[in-house]
Design a binder for this molecule. Structure first.
Ligand SMILES: Nc1ncnc2c1ncn2[C@@H]1O[C@H](COP(=O)(O)OP(=O)(O)OP(=O)(O)O)[C@@H](O)[C@H]1O
Ligand SMILES: [Mg+2]
Length: 389
């Protein structure tokens, strides 16, 4: 099979930094690696952290920098194994041992390097087998383990290594790299809100950010908020923002319409709630209470669906007809209970929302019209229902 000559690499690979200098973020950790690259004598390392933040990139760049970017030497002295290779005990015994025993002429204070990428997927028996190998050959061969969770590396290996943790990249850092790519690709069909959407959806994962950038550009040639969210399978935070604000103002019905449309588009409740939390962090006027409101909506929604399914609605209607409803005086007590459970510092709450919360707290087993009546009565006494407690 022949490939077209202009076959283009995915941008994540095309723009993978070759040297430690080009890696963005995790400054202190990268500086520590730079010192190792300068002085040599690499310790066994574990680099751990979330996906797409530069762990593999750092392991490769460190190896390059240690070996002065000498391609021939790098080929000879660096062995990189990742999860797609067999990770069983035989690989450890054979491949790694053979490499560790191999003689390579190296500059002063440099060793051969074995990079075990995605090390948390190496079987524990294979990890056990590494213990001796690491010790026996440690004068000539050093290990770098890259993984998402360092606790998946067995204790004896952890104790032989220095452990470095990489953090998620910050928004500014993601933006810097996206702009670097746009610049190099000579792309100027982007808007600020498009870049902000890419930063938001990447959530600190640079690989995700660059991949989304490439897909949006290839798909639409224009990088703006709308196109990013057309492509990315995340609820649009601008819409979530609107939904939260409506719920806050007490326009529950309108808010539910938005929620419905998000669910209809196939977004899962978990995704919606996650974005609610993230959006709430960026809004000054929004606090945990807001998020609770939205969560409440979610509960309500699920309950309604269940009611429709089980025909509970009919049962309730029957109950109302038979006047098996809670008395006004009881509802007052319930309202006090609900209000008491509000987050501290809540000073004002809309009638509509309070009604919602009260009927919700009784799992729908209450007459909303009666609640509304009682709440309104209490409200007319004071605009600040909370102070009624
Ligand atoms: N800190 C960074 N600076 C510059 N580019 C980065 C950085 N982190 C990631 N990238 C980009 O994202 C791509 C993926 O990064 P990398 O393979 O290092 O992720 P990783 O942390 O090893 O993730 P995983 O846990 O999934 O293996 C790189 O090829 C590079 O293009
Ligand atoms: Mg990796």
């Amino acid at each position: 099979m022949t490939y077209p000559l202009n076959l283009e690499l995915p941008w994540v690979e095309k723009y993978r930094p070759y040297t430690l200098n080009d890696i963005v973020g995790n400054k202190e950790t990268i500086n520590a690696l730079k010192n190792i690259a300068k002085d040599g004598n690499l310790p066994h390392l574990i680099i751990s952290g979330l996906p797409g933040i530069g762990k593999t990139t750092a392991a490769l760049a460190l190896s390059r920098d240690l070996l002065n970017n000498d391609e021939k030497l790098i080929k000879e002295a660096v062995l990189e194994l990742n999860a797609s290779d067999d990770r069983g005990i035989d690989i450890v015994r054979n491949l790694i041992k053979t490499f560790a025993q191999k003689k390579v002429t190296l500059p002063y204070n440099r060793q051969k390097i074995i990079i075990l990428d995605e090390a948390d997927s190496i079987t524990s028996s294979a990890q056990q087998a590494l213990r001796r190998t690491m010790e026996i050959y440690s004068s000539s061969t050093r290990f770098i383990f890259a993984c998402n969770q360092s606790n998946k590396i067995i204790e004896p290996l952890q104790s032989r290594c220095s452990i470095l943790r990489f953090n998620k990249l910050g928004d500014e850092e993601i933006l810097t790299i996206l702009k670097r790519v746009l610049d190099n690709e000579n792309i100027n069909t982007f808007t600020d809100d498009g870049l902000a959407a890419l930063v938001f959806t990447s959530d600190g994962d640079m690989r995700q950010g660059i991949n989304n950038l490439q897909s949006v550009y290839y798909g639409f040639k224009m990088i703006n908020n709308e196109n990013v969210f057309k492509l990315v399978d995340t609820p649009n935070p601008i819409i979530i923002n609107k939904m939260i604000k409506m719920a806050l103002r007490g326009s529950i019905d309108e808010s539910i319409v938005i929620l419905d449309s998000l669910i209809e588009r196939g977004h899962s409740c978990i995704d919606i709630i996650n974005i609610c939390f993230r959006v709430s962090k960026t809004l000054q006027e929004v606090d945990n209470e807001t998020v609770l409101t939205v969560l409440l909506l979610e509960r309500l929604k699920a309950k309604e669906a269940k009611r429709r399914e089980t025909g509970e609605d009919k049962i309730r209607a029957e109950a109302v007809k038979m006047k098996v409803v809670v008395k006004e005086s009881e509802i007052q007590d319930i309202i006090r209970d609900v209000v008491r459970e509000l987050p501290q510092g809540t000073s004002h709450i809309s009638v509509k929302r309070l009604v919602q919360m009260v009927s919700d707290s009784r799992d729908g087993n209450i007459d909303v019209a009666v609640v509304e009546k009682v709440v309104n009565k209490m409200y007319s006494v004071s605009m600040n229902v909370v102070s009624l407690v």
